[in-house]
Design a protein. Structure first.
Length: 71
């Protein structure tokens, strides 16, 4: 396994350690999970942006929407 060093000031260290303890996970797991989630979010947003760029938005009248919803 590779080891990575992250420098934290006292406040950052305390905050992250307390959060990890609150969630009952090791600090390294917290960092890995958080980074993975951030990467997934950015990938999802890039896919949404690409989809929206290539797909015209659908518009509906109020009556069409009511009919579609069965109201």
């Amino acid at each position: 396994m590779k080891t990575i060093t992250i420098r934290l000031n006292k406040n950052e260290s305390q905050t992250f350690e307390e959060y990890a303890e609150l969630n009952n996970v090791p600090l390294s797991t917290l960092f890995k999970k958080t980074l993975e989630e951030k990467m997934e979010d950015e990938f999802d947003m890039s896919m949404i942006t690409e989809y929206e760029k290539n797909t015209p938005p659908a518009t509906y009248t109020h009556d069409e929407l009511k009919d579609d919803l069965g109201l």
